[in-house]
Design a protein around this ligand. Structure first.
Ligand code: ATP
Ligand code: MG
Length: 365
């Protein structure tokens, strides 16, 4: 059997980028041979194994054929007669379809190195169209490598457009799509992900709510430059949309609860936050209550961050002001009210009254 390093590890080494995880490809072996050498199978019907010591992934060379619509509609064929070239041709991009043997010799039948040098994201073969997730993957790689000057090849963009028009993008599961969206948002130029999807028409099918207009890409870019967390980036992207559109996007991709919540809150309160310095104490209190700043301080911080990213300016004094207001409301002590014998709803009302007084003092000062 022959063992090759493949995919991202080869690509990133050639780019001089840090390599995080290494994928290995095994040619000329059977499942039984792998198990006899101590490799542990990852799943029952998938020819992928874990190395007994390093835990790294070793996949048997395979070919695959589309056998139905949507994910899962693939049949795999793994056997010792599948060649390195057979395996590499089913991969998405030429820069992801290179292999390296144990001596460090590069195998590059689809000219990934040339495309790396030309800074091109190019599909390997027409089989690209068999998995619509690849449209999102290409956009994600475009976001990641934008600082290095990478572009999507024209013919690949055209193929991505066809895939969008075929309706296959809607057949992707929420889980697969979100994984790509999440990784793309965490790249250094996440707005490029959206721009690429828009430029090939895929955005209209994946996120029609965003395709309409609502230019939030500058805020998203700013959020990445300022190393903001995922929920902040998602909320920046969705800011300015109608509540129904925010809800639709949250649900379509089954975004994590933190992302969903923050996007909804930013949608509802961001404009008020921008006007915070002119807010009446009662409105300020209503907002702090709605955010539950007493028990959810981090969520409020994320909210302020999202508002600040959209402001785009060098500073956002509203942020400091809102933080101060939350502090003032939090500083109200419930103990004296309890000692007065208040309970239940009456206690809640009294506490609110005290917090309002605190905010009146804060806004006056
Ligand atoms: P990353 O640095 O993001 O991990 P990667 O290239 O290693 O990048 P993986 O998702 O780990 O990406 O996949 C490993 C390799 O498997 C890819 O380089 C590519 O060759 C192939 N691959 C993964 N997913 C697909 C897909 N949906 N279609 C075609 N090829 C794929
Ligand atoms: Mg990888």
């Amino acid at each position: 059997m022959q063992i090759y390093k493949v995919g991202g590890a080869v690509r990133d080494r050639l780019l001089g980028r840090p390599v995080s995880d290494v994928d290995w490809l095994v040619v000329g072996a059977t499942v039984e041979q792998m198990q006899a050498q101590g490799f542990r199978p990852v799943g029952a019907d998938f020819p992928v194994f874990l190395h007994p010591h390093t835990g790294e992934e070793y996949a048997l060379a395979r070919t695959e054929r589309k056998s139905g619509r949507g994910y899962g509609g693939f049949t795999f064929h793994a056997s010792p007669d599948v060649t390195l070239e057979d395996d590499l041709i089913r991969r998405d991009l030429t820069i992801n379809a290179m292999a390296e043997d144990e001596q460090g010799t590069l195998y590059d039948p689809y000219h990934g190195k040339r495309d790396l040098d030309q800074r091109l994201l190019r599909h390997v073969s027409p089989a690209f169209a068999e998995d619509p997730l690849r449209v999102l993957r290409v956009a994600r790689f475009a976001a990641r490598y934008a600082p290095l000057g990478f572009k999507v090849a024209d013919e690949t963009l055209a193929l991505m457009r066809q895939i969008g028009e075929s309706g296959e993008l809607q057949a992707l599961t929420a889980e697969r799509s979100w994984k790509e969206i999440e990784r793309a948002l965490m790249e250094s130029e996440p707005q490029v992900f959206i721009e690429v999807l828009r430029s090939c028409g895929a955005l209209e099918h994946l996120m029609p709510e965003l395709a309409q207009g609502a230019d939030t890409l500058a805020a998203l870019h700013q959020a990445a430059q300022r190393q903001q967390a995922l929920p902040v980036r998602w909320a920046c992207l969705l800011r300015g949309l109608e509540p129904a559109a925010i809800k639709a996007l949250n649900q379509r991709f089954k975004a994590p609860r933190e992302c969903q919540e923050l996007a909804v809150l930013v949608g509802e309160f961001a404009e008020r936050a921008d006007q915070a310095l002119a807010m009446a104490p009662a409105n300020l209190l209503e907002m702090l209550q709605k955010f539950d700043v007493y028990r959810r301080p981090q969520r409020f911080e994320d909210f302020i961050a999202a508002c600040e990213m959209a402001a785009l300016g060098p500073g956002y004094p509203q942020g400091e002001y809102l933080r101060g207001a939350a502090e003032a409301a939090r500083a109200v002590d419930v103990k004296p009210l309890v000692e007065q014998g208040l309970t239940g709803q009456a206690l809640g009302e009294a506490l609110k009254g005290e917090r309002l007084k605190a905010l009146e003092a804060y806004t006056a000062g």
